[in-house]
Design a protein around this ligand. Sequence first.
Ligand SMILES: Nc1ncnc2c1ncn2[C@@H]1O[C@H](COP(=O)(O)OP(=O)(O)OP(=O)(O)O)[C@@H](O)[C@H]1O
Ligand SMILES: [Mg+2]
Length: 249
Amino acid sequence: MITHDKIKKIKEIIKVYELFRTPGGKIISLPSGKGGVGKTIVTLHLGAALANRGFSVAALDFNFALPNLHSYAGDMPGFTLTHYLCGLCELEKVEYVRVRVDKHQLHVYPSRSIVDLERKVELEKLPELLKHMKSRYDYVLIDLPPGVSKYSIYPVKLSDCVFIVTADERASYLDATKLSKMLETMGVTISGYIVNKYEKKMSVLKNVICEIPLDSRIKRFPDVWNKKLFKPGFLKKFVELSEKMVQIC
Ligand SMILES: Nc1ncnc2c1ncn2[C@@H]1O[C@H](COP(=O)(O)OP(=O)(O)OP(=O)(O)O)[C@@H](O)[C@H]1O
Ligand SMILES: [Mg+2]
């Protein structure tokens, strides 16, 4: 006897299959073990750097309980990713914020907190959402919550490329290593590590693709991209990181 739950599961598997078969852009996720290592800030600056290479780029806020992207984008649209994922609007209604970064634009998709919406996210809607994004953008960057909940792990499993973000400190490196082992046992390939808040401490990681220096100006997104003079050195790091992403993904 095929139950309603089984039918739902089969439909979800078909959606995942369709997502992986959809031609189009690359979905890149940036998970971390520890919180506060700089996933959100790295997602935005990397998105800006990719946009300035001429690609169409979307940054999605998948931190459904404690979202942050709207505070950098400067706007919270009426219909957000969480509205769709909680069944409050159709996919076509989801809005984005156009953020100017130098000569180009980054499309930021904020999420209204599920705490405000007083709803639960239906994770089975993620494949459809990502398929929609993949068909519209060259690169889709996912800003994740920290740690190893289903809300961080499921989007990673649906991504084309995964880069673990860590801060330059021992506890953060240890958690990044644990996360990496856990993801690899699930069959996820880690394309590299991004070390943020870099102060030239001793790294225990191999396959570090970029070191982003500790610099308090990094939070001035998007303004630092739009300044004519005195561009901080970390922007060059993001430009280099974007070049590597294009090669790797
Ligand atoms: N390279 C850096 N130099 C200085 N400060 C930084 C750097 N990167 C991030 N920060 C600061 O660290 C704090 C945390 O950054 P961010 O919110 O991007 O981390 P996160 O990993 O997304 O956090 P969470 O796990 O809570 O989502 C912010 O105040 C941010 O401005
Ligand atoms: Mg964050």
